[in-house]
Each structure stands twice: as structure tokens, then as C-alpha cells.
Design a protein around this ligand. Structure first.
Ligand code: XIL
Length: 393
């Protein structure tokens, strides 16, 4: 009898999923409203409302935004005595107007940080204390300006090398290994209520992941506040494997921090080098034959492969919905993506859920469906338990 009830329920929920898929009444933020925030990184044209097709998508589909570039040091603090908050103010206003969770990206990074930051007036490398003063001034000024308005900050971005040791950045070379905890301490003092994140790519690779775990444990042992870890999620069609993503989320969540997927995209274009996984912005390759195969559109087989890849990734994210607080895409439509210019310039890339005309792709439907399927199985499972209990009584 219980089996019959269960079967009926599954059939009923199955048709709901099919209807949803046909007419798409559901948006990303609705689909995952009981699971995690769904965000997008937004660019200048979107912040200033010039992207008339992109903005409505951001406003209807997403409940969180990240700044693709406008809160990076080179934009917000271009000269020692000059801060420029024009674009970041507009970014924060955009998020507030739309009642979104507004993310700050990023305070301390080796990239998109001007050379002067690490030099004295004579162009010589700065000493530790002077660089700490500069770091503190930057963090207090930027975080302080948006205190209570920016929900969480990528305090330190990409501090780790691929082998799990600290990257030989200017931050590490001049300040020493403790530059990471100093940055978190300054950020906490600047806005005690803000969430504070460590963000990096390729933590799915074991050596680097172990480095991240050691780093987080060290911060926790020292009593430094760290709220969450961002897995950037710059993925390929087949790499990393779902099992690797699954294990990465589990092991990081086990540290007692939130996990976020912060810069999700799936690159369908050929890799210029073997086993090329990651997002090291300094790695660049020359364009050559074969590296840009889809200039006239994405073949249907690859389009479907991308949809299946996204469905697989979201099945893992949903499995961990108790630990994942946000999934953010790095861009809105394929035309926006940084992957059109990295790691090879001038390619035609297809990594996101909306195409160049801002139409939802099969990958979009696959992502929505993953949420509907999960809701259906959770609800029918719940019903079954209830009915079974009732039957017993
Ligand atoms: C990228 C932006 O998308 C580009 O517009 C910019 O030219 C370079 O940086 N990891 C990060 C992001 O943390 O800030 C990077 O964003 C992509 C890799």
C-alpha cells in the first residue's frame, strides 16, 4: 500500500517537473530559494544600467551580486592617496535597489593590485610594517565605507600555490606568512558583522586543498574569524570530476565554515595546455589553430554536454545544500564572460547559462530541473515517511 502511495506521488511530481521545464516560469533564485543564494558577477555596463538585456536577467534571476572588477584594488584605490568609489558605490546601490546579498571581491590579491602598493617613494620594495599599514588603511577604508551594506568579503584571494604552499606573492614576500591572518583581522575590525571568506581556485586538487585546510585550521586555532571558503568553480566539461567536487565540499564544510561556489563557469573550449585546470590570470597562451572552434555557434552535441555537466554539478551542490550558502556565476551571458579572453585572447566562449542573445540555454533548463527534481524527491520522500507512519498507527 505504501509503495502504491509512493508511486502515485512520484508520477504527480514527475509531471510538475515536465511542466516547469516547458514554460520556464521558474527563475534561478526561486528554484533554489530553500537551498542557497544564486548570484552573478556583474560588470560596469550592468552596474550603470547600460546593458539593457543583461540587467533584467540579473534582476529577475539572481538574489546576490559580486563585482567582477570594481572592488579590486587597482579600481578602488588607484594611487596611494586616491580612492575612487564611483563604480563601487553604483554597484552597492544596484544591489540595495534589488534587495540582493551584496558581495565584496576582493581585498587582498596578488593580481589587479598596482605595483606602487609594494614600493616606497623611491620604487624600492616596502618594509613589512609599511606594507601592513598600507593593507590596514586599504581594508579599513574600503570595508568601512560599505559597513553593514556588503554582506561578505573575499578577504584574501588565491593565496595558495598549486602544491598547497603559500604563493610567492609580494604580500607573502614582504609581510611573511601571517599576511593572511592580518588581512582577516583588519577586515573583522572594520566591519565586525560582515562575513569573511577565503577564496581560491582548483581546491579540488588534493595538494592545494590540503594547503587550504591547513591555512583555515591555522586561522581558526588563532581565533581569527573566517566565515566561509569560496571555491571559485572555474571548471571544464570533464574536469574536475564530480566525485572530486563532492569530496572538496565535504572536507571543507567539515571545518565548520560555509562553502560557496563563487565564480562558476564551465569552459567548453579546448585547453591550450595539458591538464589545464584553474584560473591563474597570469597564465596566457597565444591563439593558434584549433583553439577557437565554435565561432559560428556551439554544436548541439556540445550544448547538450554542457547542460549535462551543469546538471551534474548542481546535483552535487544540492546534495550539500546544508553547507553551501551561495552559488555565483562569473558573468550573466556568454558574451560577458572573461573566458572569451582568458587564457587565450579573442575566443568565442560558451560557459554560462544565457547565450549571447541573452536567451536561456539548455544548461539553464538543466539547472532549474535539478532543483525541481530535488524538491520532488525530498517532498515525496517526506510524504512516504508520513504515510508509512500513519499506516502503522
Ligand atoms: C577576472 C575578470 O573577470 C576579468 O574581467 C579581469 O580582466 C581579470 O579578472 N579569479 C578571480 C576573478 O578571483 O577576480 C577573476 O576575474 C577571474 C579569476
Amino acid at each position: 500500500m505504501v509503495v502504491t502511495v509512493g508511486t502515485c506521488l512520484l508520477v504527480a511530481f514527475g509531471s510538475t517537473a515536465a511542466e516547469t521545464n516547458k514554460s520556464d516560469p521558474m527563475t534561478l533564485k526561486e528554484a533554489f530559494k530553500n537551498d542557497f543564494l544564486v548570484g552573478a558577477a556583474i560588470n560596469l555596463d550592468q552596474i550603470y544600467g547600460r546593458d539593457s538585456k543583461g540587467v533584467p536577467i540579473i534582476e529577475t534571476q539572481f538574489n546576490s551580486i559580486s563585482p567582477e572588477n570594481v572592488l579590486k584594488w587597482e579600481v578602488v584605490h588607484p594611487k596611494p592617496d586616491k580612492f575612487d568609489f564611483a563604480a563601487s558605490d553604483a554597484y552597492v546601490n544596484f544591489g540595495e535597489r534589488n534587495h540582493m546579498a551584496i558581495i565584496g571581491h576582493t581585498l587582498i590579491w596578488h593580481s589587479q593590485t598596482p605595483a606602487w602598493v609594494f614600493e616606497d617613494v623611491n620604487g624600492k620594495p616596502l618594509d613589512r610594517q609599511s606594507l601592513l599599514n598600507r593593507m590596514s588603511n586599504h581594508i579599513f577604508t574600503v570595508v568601512g565605507r560599505y559597513k553593514g551594506r556588503i554582506k561578505g568579503w573575499d578577504v584574501v584571494n588565491e593565496a595558495l600555490a598549486e602544491d598547497g604552499t603559500l604563493r610567492e606573492s609580494n604580500w607573502k614576500k614582504i609581510i611573511g606568512d601571517d599576511f593572511v591572518e592580518k588581512a582577516f583581522e583588519f577586515a573583522q575590525a572594520a566591519d565586525p558583522n560582515a562575513e569573511l571568506y577565503y577564496n581560491d581556485f582548483a581546491l579540488e586538487n588534493e595538494a592545494k586543498r590540503n594547503g587550504a585546510i591547513a591555512l583555515i585550521k591555522k586561522l581558526q586555532k588563532q581565533g581569527v574569524k573566517i566565515t566561509g571558503v569560496g571555491l571559485q568553480g572555474h571548471y571544464l566539461l570533464t574536469e574536475p570530476g564530480l566525485k572530486q567536487v563532492d569530496e572538496t565540499i565535504s572536507t571543507i564544510a567539515a571545518l565548520g565554515v560555509k562553502v560557496m561556489i563563487t565564480e562558476l563557469d564551465v569552459n567548453v573550449l579546448p585547453s591550450p595546455a595539458r591538464a589545464f585546470l584553474g584560473a591563474d590570470v597570469s597564465q596566457r597562451y597565444e591563439a593558434r589553430a584549433g583553439l577557437n572552434p565554435y565561432t559560428n555557434g556551439l554544436p548541439d552535441s556540445v550544448q547538450q554536454q554542457l547542460a549535462r555537466r551543469y546538471a551534474g554539478l548542481f546535483s552535487i551542490f544540492l546534495k550539500h545544500r546544508g553547507d553551501i550558502s551561495r552559488v555565483t556565476f562569473w558573468g550573466v551571458s556568454d558574451g560577458d564572460s572573461w573566458l572569451n579572453d582568458w587564457p587565450v585572447r579573442g575566443r568565442t566562449s560558451y560557459p554560462l547559462l544565457f547565450d549571447r542573445n541573452h536567451a536561456p540555454k539548455p544548461a539553464f533548463h538543466a539547472v532549474i530541473e535539478s532543483a525541481v527534481d530535488t524538491q520532488a524527491s525530498t517532498s515525496s520522500g517526506g510524504e512516504l515517511v508520513e504515510k508509512a507512519g500513519a499506516h502503522k498507527n
